[in-house]
Design a protein around this ligand. Structure first.
Ligand SMILES: [Fe+2]
Length: 203
């Protein structure tokens, strides 16, 4: 099997991605921390109105191993995963309005194209994601993989009330053996498109 071409990689969705036991363990871990300490253990992203929790490799090594095997199957990439998996909770309880405005994930000159894995969990509702104006209406446990470096993505504005939340598991990775860097001209083009999307499509 050949490695995929990250630059032209089109988003893929894989339904029912994680075994339920791993999801249950994650949600239980996250919620028990909230019950014990409210949100005091979590980092807050003020710009996006979300709590961030790095998933503990020791507690969830079977899940990490499963992700590694799946990424090998799908992308033919060998990853050493022991960190970087984040449990995110968008919530007004951060003190900030949850949002995901149009953007590409910024990489610096010495960083290559990144693929993101994201999976909504624990929600029973959808908060669609747009990738280059194409809407992905995903349910819990639908895994989405796409290149976050050259694909503009966002979620439409959604009103969160009181304790409403939206939970997502995310992980970003790249091919260590074949890193591909983003040309500067493309960065400028993406920035121009981002402004256009923000002004004309984001609502
Ligand atoms: Fe992003």
């Amino acid at each position: 099997m050949n490695n995929i071409n990250i630059e032209s990689f089109e988003p893929i969705v894989i339904k029912d991605f994680l075994p339920n036991e791993y999801i249950d363990q994650l949600v239980e871990d996250f919620e028990s921390q909230i019950n014990n300490n409210k949100y005091s253990n979590f980092k807050i992203n003020e710009y996006m109105g979300m709590f961030m929790h790095e998933v503990d490799f020791k507690k969830h090594h079977e899940l990490f191993n499963y992700l590694k095997i799946k990424i090998k199957e799908i992308f033919n990439m060998d990853l050493k995963i022991s960190s970087g998996l984040q449990y995110l909770r968008y919530s007004k309880e951060t003190g900030f309005e949850p949002n995901l405005r149009p953007h590409v994930d910024k990489v610096y000159k010495d960083q290559p194209h990144m693929i993101s894995f994201s999976l909504s969990i624990n929600n029973n509702k959808s908060w669609p994601i747009y990738i280059n104006k194409i809407k992905y209406d995903l349910k819990d446990n639908d895994a989405l993989f796409f290149n976050v470096t050259n694909n503009l993505h966002w979620r439409p504005k959604m009103e969160f009330i009181g304790k409403d939340f939206f939970d997502v598991l995310v992980f970003r990775f790249y091919d260590y053996e074949n890193p591909i860097f983003l040309p500067e001209e493309l960065q400028q083009k993406l920035e121009n498109e981002r402004v256009d999307l923000f002004l004309n499509y984001y609502h």
